[in-house]
Design a protein around this ligand. Structure first.
Ligand code: HEM
Length: 129
C-alpha cells in the first residue's frame, strides 16, 4: 500500500466519506445556505479532489486544472464560524468512516490546516455602530 488512497479503500472510501460529510452539511443551518441547492456536483468535485490529494488518480486536475482551492472559495465569506462548522462536519464524517490510524490522524490534520487556510473573512470584527 503506497498511498493513503489505496490504504483506506480507494474511490469507494472517498465517496462514502464525502456522502457523510454532505449529510452533515445538509443539517447545518450555517453551512447549508452557502452551498448550491443541488449538492451533486459539490460532492463529485470533493470526492475527486480528496482522492487526488491523498494519492489517487489525478482526475480532479485533469478536468478542472490546478485545484487553487482558496481561489475557488473566494466568492464565499468564510470566517472562523464557517471554518468551525465545516471542520466539525468533516471531522464527524472522518470519525464515522472508522478509518484507522495513522490515516485518521493524517486526514484530520490536513482538514484542520486546510480549513484554516480557507478563511478569507474576519467575522470576529464587530461592525461599526
Ligand atoms: C480542507 C478544507 C477544504 C477543502 C479541501 C475544500 C474543498 C472543496 C472543493 C474541492 C470544492 C468544489 C470546488 C470545485 O472544484 O468546484 C468545494 C466547494 C465548496 N466549499 Fe470547500 N473545501 C474546504 C474548506 C471549506 C470551508 C472551510 C468552507 C466553509 C464554509 C467551504 C465551503 C465550500 C462551499 C460552500 C463550496 C461550494 C461552492 C459553490 O459551489 O459555489 N469549504 N470545497
Amino acid at each position: 500500500m503506497d498511498t493513503t488512497y489505496e490504504a483506506v479503500g480507494g474511490m469507494e472510501f472517498f465517496q462514502s466519506l464525502v456522502a457523510a460529510f454532505y449529510v452533515n452539511v445538509e443539517r447545518d443551518p450555517l453551512l447549508r445556505p452557502l452551498y448550491p441547492p443541488d449538492l451533486t456536483d459539490s460532492a463529485k468535485w470533493m470526492t475527486l479532489f480528496l482522492s487526488q490529494y491523498f494519492g489517487g488518480p489525478g482526475m480532479y486536475s485533469e478536468i478542472k486544472g490546478h485545484p487553487r482551492l482558496r481561489m475557488r472559495h473566494g466568492h464565499l465569506q468564510i470566517g472562523v464560524r464557517e471554518r468551525d462548522a465545516w471542520w466539525q462536519a468533516m471531522h464527524d464524517a472522518v470519525i464515522a468512516s472508522g478509518v484507522a490510524e495513522p490515516y485518521r490522524g493524517a486526514m484530520l490534520e490536513y482538514f484542520t490546516t486546510a480549513a484554516d487556510w480557507m478563511i478569507n473573512h474576519d467575522d470576529q470584527t464587530p461592525t461599526e455602530t
